[in-house]
Design a protein around this ligand. Sequence first.
Ligand code: HEC
Length: 113
Amino acid sequence: MTRLTAICLGFGMALVPGLALSAEGNPAAGKGKSAMCAGCHGIPGYKTAFPVTYSVPKIGGQHAAYIVKALQGYKNGDRTHPSMRAIAAGLTDQDMADVAAYYASTAVQSASK
Ligand code: HEC
């Protein structure tokens, strides 16, 4: 399946939320949902704004599958970081797929800084 097809399918499912059987990431929806991540993870390609006292991993340009897996890990307790656990607990599988698709799609921006 081409990337374009995947994106179109994502849009299709976003239009019919009740039919979203598998969590196919929609970068456009993910962009809006990433607003709650930006405070800590920063705008992709830019510096992390908060918190300055410890490092927050850069997730822009990361593989979508890795991001989803990490978020599920925080949600189900495999990963223990308190702030990420609190964030992930409020995300549905669709939310995770969407923000992952969005961050994965920001690879070019991050590379060019
Ligand atoms: C309160 C600050 C904060 C917010 C808000 C936040 N994060 Fe994080 N995030 C962190 C920190 C700190 C870590 C590193 C935690 C650790 O060491 O396990 C992290 C780790 C991650 C990781 C794992 C990265 C890796 O390389 O293993 C992913 C993926 C991630 N965050 C995605 C998100 C997404 C998506 C959102 C928005 C829905 C979000 N985060 C919101 C602070 C935050």
